[in-house]
Design a protein. Structure first.
Lengths: 227, 251
């Protein structure tokens, strides 16, 4: 069969279906991963000893074990204690936990970089610590965490392919299926790779635009360098 | 001298950091409309004293009363008292991610629960008060030190405080910017704002202060009107201290 015809008539239509699943995985995981990251970072930095310890342990466990193992536990392990997820749900939960743990580290780093005076000034105006964190500290920390968070988001795009290992036929999975069916491996996986590259490129451009839109004079080096 | 005029009462404040006893029993009353100026060598606890008043630093002993209500040991109500006790810091501590206007608005929205339009109107009034209405949409990094400090004064004023604590408000500023900030503070004093000011600006102290408290080694060593401390022969310590200042300036 003609390669061009294979790519355009068979491979790409199939990959588009896989892409939809991949995008669904990302769209369901990323926002909750970000929320979890913010919560864990704040809990670790500003929570009491118990909460802080719990957050630290959570990050330690997620960072210290392979994501694939986490997915296996969620999908194959938990049914034995009566908790059953669909493969898609198990994947999303695994991605949220993983994404959240790493995000929390980027955000914690940014929190540490915010000067004490910001909290002191907020409290001197009558804000509670929670109000100060929400309205003063977090908005600044998140801006500074954007490069790290976007990095983690890009990882998420790529490790979403692990969902295939627990039977979610997403982009990579579709590629694998097509490749084995037609015995055309190199071209298939190259095209799959290009689709990921496009996704990552779009993300990078979007992050650049976001970073410029939320930039505040004097708050980051990039903005300072442009002056 | 009616007791009802006393807006702030500070009683026997003690504070140690480790083995270092920074405050060793400070007491004074502040009447409405007074400007009390705290002078003294660095490290004698002046800033710590201000922070003990609004409980940013919790004193080991002693109490603070605002309008007859105890500020110390007030639990969650401290956030109410902190609205009533404004504070201005040496390094301004403006919220870096917000414009001048939003810096003033933030606590009005989040703490006082004002509507957006109310908060904006109030914030603009306060910025006008410090002469910075035209700079409302600028970020802290775009302001001079003097402008930033005036925004932070506006931010404190916006909460309609009973008293404002100034912690070396001009120590980070050059003489010209110092003057513009002191002008704003002088105006506030004339309008009857109650103020406690830690400063090294003797000119300001002598012309604006109702009373000067000279602090040394954690206690108030000398206390009186500027006239008294400067001219009465019974008081020597502060004059010596200022003398050192003047001779430095002469160099």
């Amino acid at each position: 069969m003609d390669q061009i015809a294979f790519i355009f008539d068979i491979l790409l239509p199939a990959l588009m279906q896989g892409l939809v699943i991949t995008l669904k995985l990302i769209v369901w995981s990323a926002p909750f991963g970000l929320a979890l990251g913010i919560g864990v970072a704040a809990g670790r930095q500003y929570g009491g000893p118990v909460l802080s310890w719990v957050c630290k342990m959570f990050v330690f466990l997620i960072k210290g074990t392979p994501l694939l193992l986490l997915l296996f536990i969620l999908y194959f392990g938990l049914p034995s204690i009566g908790i059953t997820f669909t493969a898609f749900t198990a994947s999303v939960i695994g991605f949220i936990l993983c994404n959240g743990a790493y995000n929390s580290e980027y955000i914690r780093g940014a929190l540490l970089s915010i000067k004490d005076g910001q909290m002191i000034a907020a409290q001197a105006l009558g804000m509670t610590r929670a109000q100060a964190i929400r309205n003063v500290i977090m908005p600044q920390a998140l801006r500074r965490a954007i490069p790290g968070l976007s990095n983690e988001f890009i990882y998420l795009i790529k490790y979403s392919s692990l969902a295939y290992m627990i039977t979610v036929v997403e982009l990579s999975g579709v590629g694998k299926n097509v490749a084995t069916k037609y015995f055309i491996y190199t071209e298939t996986f190259m095209v799959v790779g290009i689709v990921y590259l496009v996704l990552v490129t779009i993300t990078t451009i979007a992050v650049n635009i976001l970073e410029k839109r939320v930039a505040v004079p004097g708050m980051n080096r990039a903005a300072a360098a442009q002056l | 001298m009616n007791d009802n005029n006393i807006v702030l009462r500070v009683e026997d404040i003690h504070k140690s950091f480790g083995n270092n006893e920074v405050l060793r029993g400070i007491s004074f009353d502040v009447r409405r409309g007074e400007t009390k100026v705290f002078i003294g060598p660095s490290g004698t606890g002046k800033s710590t004293l201000l922070r003990c008043i609004n409980q940013l630093t919790v004193p080991d002993r002693g109490s603070v009363w605002l309008d007859g209500e105890e500020v110390t040991n007030s639990g969650a109500r401290i956030n109410y008292f902190r609205q009533k006790i404004g504070m201005v810091f040496q390094n301004y501590y403006l919220f870096d991610h917000l414009t001048a206007l939003k810096n003033v608005e933030l606590a009005l929205l989040k703490v006082r629960g004002m509507s957006k339009s109310e908060a904006r109107e109030k914030a603009l009034i306060e910025l006008r008060q410090v002469g910075l209405e035209d700079w409302a949409d600028h970020y802290p990094a775009e302001l001079s030190g003097g402008q930033a400090q005036r925004v932070s004064i506006a931010r404190a004023l916006a909460m309609d405080p009973d008293v404002i604590l100034f912690d070396e408000p001009t120590s980070a500023l050059d003489p010209e910017l110092t003057r513009e900030v002191l002008e704003v503070m002088r105006k506030l004093a004339q309008q009857g704002m109650t103020m406690l000011v830690v400063t090294h600006e003797m000119g300001f102290a002598c012309s604006v202060a109702t009373e000067i408290l000279f602090m040394e080694n954690g206690v108030v060593a000398e206390q009186g009107t500027p006239d008294l401390l400067m001219h009465d022969p019974r008081f020597t310590r502060m004059k010596n201290f200022i003398g050192q200042f003047d001779s430095y300036r002469g160099d």
